[in-house]
Design a protein around this ligand. Structure first.
Ligand code: FAD
Length: 322
């Protein structure tokens, strides 16, 4: 499980994880699998596969997690949302995941269905992500390692960001941890200061040792960068905006390469300012490969992940363990 794999890391060993979503078409799936196979060279500790709110991608998600776990040999984590969903869909998803050898679930509430500005939960068993965490523990004990979401700038409901606050979320995040969550993955952010404030509050008020993985989204084009930040209610600090003068905003190659440096710097700053307490970094890949490969290559910290892998392989070969 992810919990065990993190525990087994050596002192000072860093890791990365990768999120993918299930493509809609057969050819999309084929392309993604080829890409994931190449990305296994980045030696992710685990990969995660998203779940469409309300169970809208359940078959595609289940099929992709099975392939990732069984054929591509990734430690795989399946996202699962719990509101606006029939309980039978959740039961079936958990049973199938177990059948496929999946040991990790990212337990989420889910966003409101499209078109509804504010979230109306169904009156069923699941109102919040914590209900799913409790349910999985009740039904499966410690079989699954469970991750939950957190928001370094506060969770935002609907379009109104005025009520966004980390302080408001913290007691609920604590409930999720107390109910049995093993690790945290954050919403994407670009403001390191906000993440660091969140991390130290979390350490003080929720848990001293449960792993927190910062969620990072590579910058692929200037428009997408703004759109993703807006949709996730993530602020972009002025010093980052200043790196993209108007003259280069439409030059995708330049934007991408500046983006690589920005994300690399965010990783290094978080690692050094938390004295290595944050040792894993989660990438929202958008099913794309290049920026992440470049971030890893340009980061002295993350390129160690690949060197560690090469070293392990050398040792295995030396020991005749192929
Ligand atoms: P919760 O933990 O339930 O929190 C939601 C809100 O309710 C927060 O504002 C919290 O403060 C509040 N709250 C919690 N408990 C209580 C309580 N007892 N009483 C009152 N208020 C409470 N969505 C998908 O549809 N599919 C995915 O695959 C997916 N993957 C994601 C991966 C990550 C890493 C992240 C960060 C988000 C992901 N999402 C996904 C989006 C997520 O479903 C939404 O952000 C959703 O709005 C909140 O989910 P949550 O699990 O954080 O909810």
């Amino acid at each position: 499980t992810i919990k065990e794999k993190i525990k087994q890391l050596k002192d000072g060993q860093v890791f990365l994880s990768l999120e993918f979503f299930p493509p809609k078409t057969e050819s999309g799936i084929r392309n993604l699998l080829a890409r994931m196979e190449r990305m296994s060279a980045l030696n992710p500790l685990f990969v995660t596969i998203t779940w469409g709110a309300g169970g809208s991608t359940n078959e595609k998600t289940l099929s992709l997690v099975q392939t990732c776990q069984k054929e591509l040999d990734f430690t795989t984590c399946m996202h699962l949302t719990c509101t606006n969903t029939e309980k039978s869909i959740i039961d079936e998803a958990l049973a199938k995941a177990k059948e496929y050898g999946i040991r990790n679930i990212l337990a989420l509430r889910g966003d409101p269905p499209r078109g509804e500005e504010y979230f109306v939960s169904n009156a069923g068993d699941f109102q919040h992500a914590v209900d799913l965490v409790k349910y999985i523990r009740e039904q499966y004990g410690d079989y699954f390692s469970i991750g939950v979401a957190a928001y370094p700038e506060g969770h935002c409901e609907g379009a109104d960001s005025s009520e966004q606050s980390v302080e408001k979320d913290l007691p609920y995040l604590k409930e999720k941890v107390d109910a049995g969550a093993d690790f945290i993955i954050t919403q994407l952010f670009y403001d390191v200061e906000k993440f660091l404030t969140f991390e130290s509050l979390f350490r003080e008020k929720v848990s001293k040792d449960i792993p927190i993985l910062p969620g990072l989204m590579p910058i692929n084009t200037y428009q997408l960068f703004h759109r993703a930040a807006k949709l996730s209610h993530a602020s972009i600090p002025q010093h980052i905006l200043d790196k993209f003068p108007e003259s280069i905003q439409n030059d995708d190659d330049k934007v991408k390469s500046i983006g690589v440096e920005i994300i690399r710097d965010i990783i290094h700053e978080i690692y050094s300012r938390t004295n290595g307490r944050v040792e894993g970094f989660h990438f929202y890949t958008l099913n794309l490969e290049k920026s992440i490969a470049q971030i890893v290559e340009k980061s002295t910290l993350l390129s160690r992940v690949i060197e560690d892998n090469a070293e392990d392989e050398d040792n295995a070969i030396a020991e005749g363990d192929e």
